[in-house]
Design a protein around this ligand. Structure first.
Ligand SMILES: C[S@@+](CC[C@H](N)C(=O)[O-])C[C@H]1O[C@@H](n2cnc3c(N)ncnc32)[C@H](O)[C@@H]1O
Length: 274
């Protein structure tokens, strides 16, 4: 760690603009500017196969906002571990949580070099709270837990956010093992917030085709698209909050939204560790 307080910042990140990266393509779909021509090209090809994906990105972020607001508000959670943060955008986890409870403590984790470059934008904590950024890989949960313990109190409840990242742990056994390791370290009354694309439901076949195209084009990191049943297994042993595992647009939509929410590909859920 260097004087910035961000682990990993002491090594100059290498940005490879010849291949598309998940964080940058996601940023492109969200209308951000932190991406390169290769990300536009591959992102457009992906959207040609799964036209709904741009709406998925928007709806998925809106779910993140509602879930964090609910947890910081009604539930009273004060600590968040957001793994697979993505590039800073509007309504980052700490901004949403601290708008409700300024004392919230947030640890962000990502392994993308460009996210590391922009991580300073995630460290704009309220004076009462704190944000930290860890440059680490979800394949190494022990390191994440060790470094997050600098900022978070693991004897108190934590909301673990795995938003659009388990799709990048392509082996099912490894994905469940990583999730189990992380949840095992959390206190009773902690939460899991998760969202991923799916081979089932709306646009399921298109999501599978688009994912295959991404992998064949060398997109980083590779993606897998799981069935609804496989996604539900991430909540095994937890109390899944109402309305259960649903399309992001259907998870407690705002009463002020106009019209009925339109279902998009993928499933999200919020579970409580008993
Ligand atoms: C689809 S984006 C989702 C961003 C954000 N969580 C959201 O919901 O809007 C996936 C993010 O996970 C990160 N990621 C993918 N694999 C990772 C890994 N093994 N370790 C850490 N971060 C990873 C990518 O760099 C990217 O920022």
């Amino acid at each position: 760690m260097d004087s910035s307080g961000i682990s990993g910042w002491d090594q100059r990140p290498v940005i490879d603009t010849s291949v598309s990266h998940s964080a940058r393509v996601w940023n492109y779909w969200l209308g951000g500017k932190d991406n390169y021509p290769i990300d536009h090209e591959v992102g457009d090809q992906f959207a040609a196969v799964q036209p709904g994906v741009v709406e998925v990105a928007r709806v998925h972020r809106a779910f993140l906002v509602r879930a964090v607001r609910y947890l910081a508000g009604e539930v009273g959670i004060r600590q968040f571990l957001d793994i697979g943060t993505g590039l800073p955008t509007a309504n980052n986890t700490h901004e949403v949580a601290q708008a409700t409870a300024p004392e919230c403590r947030i640890v962000y984790v990502d392994n993308d070099p460009l996210v590391l470059v922009h991580a300073r934008a995630l460290l704009t904590s309220s004076p009462e709270g704190v944000t930290d950024y860890i440059d680490a890989d979800l394949h190494d949960p022990e390191r994440i837990l060790r470094e997050a313990a600098r900022t978070l109190d693991f004897t108190q409840p934590i909301a673990l956010m795995l938003m659009g990242i388990m799709e990048h742990i392509v082996d099912n056994d490894e994905a469940y093992t990583i999730k189990d390791r992380l949840l095992h370290a959390l206190a009773s009354g902690s939460y899991l917030v998760m969202s991923d694309p799916s081979s089932d439901g709306v646009d399921g076949d298109a999501a599978v085709d688009a994912c295959r195209h991404w992998n064949e084009s060398g997109g980083i990191p590779p993606i897998t698209v799981r069935s609804r049943e496989e996604l539900g297994r991430f909540f095994d042993g937890m109390e899944l909050l109402e309305p259960g595992l649903v399309s992001c647009s259907l998870w407690r939509p705002n009463a002020t939204d106009i019209g009925a929410p339109v279902e998009v590909n993928g499933y999200c859920g919020v579970g409580r560790k008993p």
